[in-house]
Design a protein around this ligand. Structure first.
Ligand SMILES: [Mg+2]
Length: 255
């Protein structure tokens, strides 16, 4: 049965507002297909993202929201179920790691796990560097260079990962889209097969190229970037729509 990964930002919502027709499109898809709403955001926990979407009018369940934090936890637990993790991130996402049975500590950790921490300073980076030098492995929840807020672009996680890679000489394991680890963990969560799963997204690289590389079919939603951008970078989506509200039109061709 066809299953769907559906990108959240730019496809279902823009900032705090649902995109017109998106809640209805999700209702339609969920009625007969397994769906997982996916994002690269690390600032909010999946609980918070879920609550925000429900408030905007999406009828979904908590298990249908999947973030790089979820994928990072799944990845670490597979390597070492009670791993010691030096987390560089803020807010409720920290509790998700503890709840999953991982040990939060910045002393002799197995992993330095990098998400977005707007309070990160020299001392924090230095501690991470020293832990990496002492043998901890570096994981970045995503490698996003910058991300949009209402007032424009802001510095993302990627440049901090680069700084730590440069200093430690160690390459980070990056988890978020477009990396296969993310799609692998998402498939596992959804219980769907790769060849039956469709990635719907508005990012030519993270969603479309990443999805294709992993062997998914793809639907590009024109949002902040338009179809021109696909062409410019020789990326081919299976379908191009101006909005997810149009999904009903192609649904029987996605069987
Ligand atoms: Mg997006």
């Amino acid at each position: 049965m066809t299953a769907f990964f559906i990108d959240i930002d730019g496809v279902l919502r823009r900032g705090d507002r649902a995109i017109a027709g998106a809640p209805e499109a999700i209702r339609l898809l969920r009625a007969s297909h397994p769906c997982l709403l996916v994002t690269n955001a690390t600032r909010l926990s999946a609980d918070e993202i879920f609550a925000g979407l429900v408030k905007m009018g999406f009828s979904i369940s908590r298990e249908e929201v999947f973030t790089p934090i979820d994928a990072t936890i799944a990845y670490i637990k597979k390597q070492k179920p009670a791993a010691r993790c030096h987390l560089i991130m803020e807010g409720k996402v920290r509790a998700d790691f503890a709840q999953a049975g991982l040990v939060l500590t910045d002393t002799t950790p197995d992993y330095v796990v990098l998400g977005l921490d707007t309070k990160l300073d020299y001392a924090g980076l230095d501690r991470a560097f020293r832990n990496l030098k002492a043998g901890a492995k570096l994981i970045a929840a995503n490698a996003t260079r910058f991300y949009p807020l209402e007032d424009g672009l802001h510095l993302g996680v990627g440049p901090f990962a680069k700084a730590l890679e440069s200093a430690s000489g160690q390459e980070a394991v990056v988890i978020g889209k477009p990396n296969p680890e993310f799609f692998r963990a998402a498939l596992e969560r959804l219980g769907s097969k790769r060849e039956e799963t469709v990635m719907i997204g508005d990012d030519p690289f993270d969603d479309i190229q990443g999805g294709k590389n992993f062997g998914l079919r793809t639907v590009f939603i024109e949002g902040t970037s338009v179809a021109e951008e696909l062409k410019k970078n020789s990326i081919q989506a299976d379908f191009i729509l101006t909005g997810i509200a149009e999904i009903a039109r192609i649904l029987d061709r996605l069987k």
